[in-house]
Each structure stands twice: as structure tokens, then as C-alpha cells.
Design a protein around this ligand. Sequence first.
Ligand code: PMP
Length: 449
Amino acid sequence: MNNANLSDRDLSVLWHPCTQMKDHENFPIIPIKTAQGVWLEDFDGNRYLDAISSWWVNLFGHTNPVINAALKDQLDTLEHTIFAGFTHESAIQLAEKLVEITPPGLNRCFYADNGSAAVEVALKMSFHYWRNLGKTHKTKFITLENSYHGETLGALAVGNVALYKATYAPLLMDVITVPSPDCYYCELGESWADYSTRRFALMEQILAEHADSVCAVIIEPLVQCAGNMRMYDAVYLKLLREACDKYAVHLIADEIAVGFGRTGTLFACEQAAITPDFMCLSKGLTGGYLPLSAVLTTDNIYQAFYDDYTKLTAFLHSHSYTGNALACRAGLATMTIFQQQNIIEKNHQLAKVMGIVATRFHAHPQVAEVRQTGMILAIELVKNKLTREPYPWQERRGLKVYRYALSKGVLLRPLGNVIYFMPPYVITEAELEWLADIAWQAIQHAVRD
Ligand code: PMP
């Protein structure tokens, strides 16, 4: 078995996510044989540093011994059971843990099996809450420009990245889109906090105008990840929480990508000391092992559904794999690592090093901005540093970075022309330095002509 024959077999039967399959006429697909820590290894023995945590899911390295041991134990005890009318220890323990570690007031946990599904759950719950209260005029959602919340039709509708959304526009519900607080656009000398505050005025205005018909505002706290890792200040979250209370609109915090330490705190909402009405979690929830998501919500929301069956107020939403025992156990092991190994504190040092190794990119003639929030660092390439004119997307500069870095043993997967580091937390300082070296070379290669 080698890369070439597995690649051939793959391409004759498989259809990969987020991929123009024709690209693989020129670029082979890479079959991975084993993985350990931050390293993936293919069938020809090449190794790749997983600098993007395999689509932002992996936290503590591949084939992590603590999570492996927990899963092996779970496998011999209970693999899965229906989750309506039945329950199990791992689901209960994980829910207890999530209630404990998420912002105060989030006391209820509803499981689903991927990030998009969690977003659908939050949207439906919010709408249904108002309906149960007799407020049937509340049917709309407010979302931010440049946001991303997943690929299912509801989640896609509340997202705003044209590349994923535009084709399906005729299928999607109408939403109210508010300009983003994205600080890439702040004035020279203006702080992120000032810019985010200034941009909030636009949100306030929309809320004041439309609150009557709006169920919820949905946001990605601090970092719009799929929207090119654009960042904003926590003050926006604080103002938004206050305004949502004032106008009786829910706040849905999609922490699917930013949760579990990515922004420097366990949850991004902590940086604004707010409790959203719904918090969506997935990705890092199982340490990158198994598909699982959770929507945390408040007693107040829960109580609006709690009544005699004949009142027909129940939330009759389900997924076959809700509360899967193996996934919940991986989640529990992941939470144990956070607690026992003092991860958030250790990450402060790692984040500092990440910033230091990326210092050199600031002065690069094709780099418009190097931005960082906690364990997420992004480098934005542009055609013209002064005017910030972007490279035409057709030139696929990011793809050149991707291909070059792979040839040197690093998995970077730029978003358009934005190269970012979002590594597992077990990456070493030396590996971070090497990663920056390869990223530098890859950028030099990609901007050559
Ligand atoms: N919300 C955010 C903020 C995300 O980044 C993603 C995935 N990148 C999703 C939702 C969707 O999650 P999934 O891919 O598991 O459906």
C-alpha cells in the first residue's frame, strides 16, 4: 500500500468536502496512515505538521493517550444507545461538566452531532421559545456580515460568506445582515475596542428597528474564523448582550470554532463576562476525535418548553446519534485534560511564542496584517500593501502556499489569501518556530510572480 494506489482508489469512489474534485487531476490526495501529536504520516512515510488542527478540531494531539484509554474503556462498556427515554453516564457527566465550565446561567445541555446541527438547534429553540410565549411575530434572525455558521440550510442562511452561500440563496430563509465589527477595517491609529464600539452603533440601530420581529442575533465571538480569521474586540460582545436584553432578543454565541481555549480563555464569551442565551459547541468538544455538538442554554429557555404534552410545546428535534456514548466519553477525557494539565495557563506562553515567531511577517511587502487572538494567528496576503488591494482570487495564491508547505511537511490550509496558524495545544515552541519558517518560505514562493 502506498500513496499512489490509495489516492487512485480514493479518487475513483470518493467525493471530498469543500473540494473541486477536478483539482485532484493535478494535486494528489494524501492518504494518512498514522498520526501522533501534531504529526500526520502518509503511506510513503512523509510527515506533516497539522498546523490547522485538522479543521480546528484537534486540541491535544492525534492518538492522545488519555483520550485513547478513555475510548477503549467506553468501547467495552457501551458504544451507543437511543437518547430519548434513555441516558448513560458519559452523557450525564459531560453535561454536568459543560454546565460547570460554561458562563454562569447556562444550565441545560442539548446534544447534537456536528456544528451545523447545533446551530440549527439553537435557531429552532430560539424561534420556538418566542412561539411558546405567544410571540409569533418573532421569526427573523440577525447575523453579521462575513460570518460563518455551517453548511445545512438554516446555518448557511445565517452565515454570510458568499463563496459558500451565494449558489444556494434561492433556498435560504431571509435574514437581517449587519455590518461586521471586523477590525481589519479600523482607521489608522484607531484601537480595536474603539472600532468595535463604533461598529456596534449599526447593530444597535437594526435592533431598535427590528426587535419586534427578531428571535435572536447569532455571532461568532471574537473571531470570524471561516470568514478569513477576521477579529474584533470583546467590547462588542458586552454591548451586544446589553442591547439584546434591552430589546428582548436572544443572543446565540457560536463558539464551535473559538470555544475550548482557542481565543486564550476557555470560552470567548468570558472575555466580555457575558452569558449568551445559547452557546453552540462542537469541534474541540471531543478533542478532535468524534463528531459531537452541544447547545447550552438557560433555565428560562428550558422552562418555556416544559409543560403537559398536550400543550404541544416540546422541542421535538432529534438526531439518531444524539448523545453518542463514545463521543461523550471522548469529550469527558478532553475536559479532564483541560482541568488536570492547566492548559489555559500554559497556552498563554504558547500564544506569546506564536506572536513572536510571526513578528517577521509584519514587514513582509505582501502582508497587509498579522492579527492574533489567543491561539489563532492569521497573516493576510495582499497584492498591494499600501492600498490593501487583494490578489485576484483566481490566482489562488493561498493554494500555492498550501502546496509548497505540504512539500516541506506542514499542513496549512489558507482561507483564500489568509494563512493562519491554529495548531493543537501540544505543539512545541521549536515546532512553532519551524512552522513560521516554512510559512515564510511558502509565502515567498506564492508571491514570486
Ligand atoms: N460554526 C462555526 C463558527 C464553524 O467554524 C463551523 C465549522 N467550521 C460550523 C459552525 C459548522 O460546524 P460543522 O462543520 O461541524 O458542521
